[in-house]
Design a protein around this ligand. Structure first.
Ligand SMILES: Nc1ncnc2c1ncn2[C@@H]1O[C@H](COP(=O)(O)OP(=O)(O)O)[C@@H](O)[C@H]1O
Ligand SMILES: [Mg+2]
Length: 406
């Protein structure tokens, strides 16, 4: 087919979407459902800044996709609107610590904070304490309240520890005119336990917990969001229920629910079908799982990839030789296959113990299942099989072949 035809067919084709942008995770909808209590609590804690009083620091936590980011942004957005009419000097600064370059060192964090306050500093080069003093000076130049939201704060903590938090929370004792309020947000529910006691108590003067959504709440959220994103009537009710049910199984993750719905819509579009049905949701689930697995594998360290590659090689060989039924893949087989790949690629092999650990990690990631079985008088070993779908396996196999194949 001529490319021109592909384009012209595309233009003529009806889409199930009206505004796909509204289904993306960055979009903040007008209505946030099932979070009234959390939003009210957050607003109540922040409100004193409007009268020039200091507010307590807040620590927000809950699993991924429970609406923490969207609620924090929503509340700050509302605050900024009110500020316009009250004329108070309150400055909310939102930083996503997961963004590389924005915050992977204390220097970068302060540089980013300064940038948000309108002061440009070089990306590297200045001593951190100079930067810190600039930051201090900028804040204390007038009477103001700075609200710093550190979203996904655990990622920053993992990179640079909690000194920066200690510094930030302690700054208040030195500031003459101004005050800093910190809102820390994390998906890592156990993050708080890792913090230094002093940091912990000052960061979590107030705590807000976001609980997972249940299936019916997720369905309400999806229904509302589908109104702005889809052509009216183009999403079947059962498709919405299915997205909600699948995401509810996965710790009530609204992001997962929205992704499923968006990809289901894209699938319907690609097939030229006018209504999104359960079938499209199933296809979306398959696609998202595949993509996610491929991404997970890509982010693994080399040795873990080699171990996985050796398992895939064994699997492919067994399939080729149609020996699947009597060919059990045991830990020992993986060692052998792994050893051969190391020899071929010139990689230094790890000890069996380390490989066993990596096998256990791959199991935890859901890429393989490794079941402990008793192996007669040889003691215990693990029976290993791949836990990924066929499509994911092909993609991952191709990827690893490129890296380690010969
Ligand atoms: N109550 C809600 N109403 C509408 N959309 C929501 C709601 N809760 C979450 N979402 C959407 O789900 C996705 C994940 O929410 P987010 O706030 O990023 O979760 P978290 O920060 O807790 O991981 C975002 O796209 C967000 O817009
Ligand atoms: Mg978030």
């Amino acid at each position: 087919m001529e490319i021109k035809n592909i384009f012209s067919q595309y233009v003529q084709k009806q889409s199930v979407f009206t505004d796909k942008r509204t289904l993306s995770s960055n979009f903040i909808p007008d209505k946030i459902q099932h979070r009234d209590e959390e939003i009210q609590l957050l607003s109540t804690i922040i409100a004193p800044v409007l009268k020039g009083f200091n507010s307590n620091n807040i620590f927000i936590y809950g699993t991924c996709g429970t609406g923490k980011t969207i609620c924090a942004k929503y509340v700050l957005g509302q605050l900024v609107e009110i500020l316009g009419t009250h004329g108070r000097d309150v400055r909310p600064i939102y930083i996503n610590c997961k963004m590389k370059k924005v915050a992977d060192t204390e220097y970068r964090l302060f540089a980013q904070l300064l940038k948000e306050m309108g002061e440009l500093v070089p990306d590297t080069g200045l001593p951190t304490d100079v930067l810190y003093r600039k930051f201090f000076g900028n804040i204390d130049s007038k009477k103001q309240e700075i609200i710093i939201v550190l979203d996904e704060i655990d990622t920053l903590f993992k990179k640079i520890g909690d000194d920066f938090l200690y510094n930030l929370t302690r700054i208040n004792t030195e500031l003459k005119q101004s005050h800093i309020m910190i809102i820390g947000i994390t998906n890592d529910v156990s993050f708080r336990d890792n913090l230094d006691t002093r940091v912990k108590s000052s960061l979590s003067e107030e705590e807000i917990i976001f609980k997972p959504y249940n299936a019916s709440q997720l369905k309400d959220i999806l229904t509302e969001r589908s109104l702005t994103g889809f052509v009216y009537g183009s999403v079947g009710d059962s498709a919405l229920s299915k997205c909600a049910a699948l995401a509810a199984q996965e710790h009530g993750d609204a992001r997962r629910a929205l992704d499923l719905l968006r990809v289901a819509g894209e699938t319907a579009d690609r097939l030229g079908e006018p209504i999104v049905t359960e079938k499209h949701v199933d296809m979306a689930e398959y696609k998202i799982d595949t993509d996610r697995m491929v991404e997970t594998v890509k982010s693994q360290p080399t040795q873990s990839q080699v171990v996985l590659y050796s398992i895939i090689k064994l699997h492919e060989k067994a399939v080729q030789q149609k020996q699947w039924s009597d060919k059990r893949m045991l830990t020992g087989d993986v060692f052998d296959s792994y050893g051969a790949i190391c020899t071929n690629t010139g990689l230094k092999p790890l000890t069996q113990r380390r490989i066993s650990d990596l096998i256990a990690e791959l199991d935890m990631l859901g890429i393989i299942t490794a079941k402990v079985i008793s192996n007669g008088r040889y003691g215990r070993t693990r029976e290993i099989s791949l836990a990924i779908n066929e499509n994911a396996m092909q993609k991952i196999s191709a990827l690893l072949n490129e890296r380690f194949g010969i």
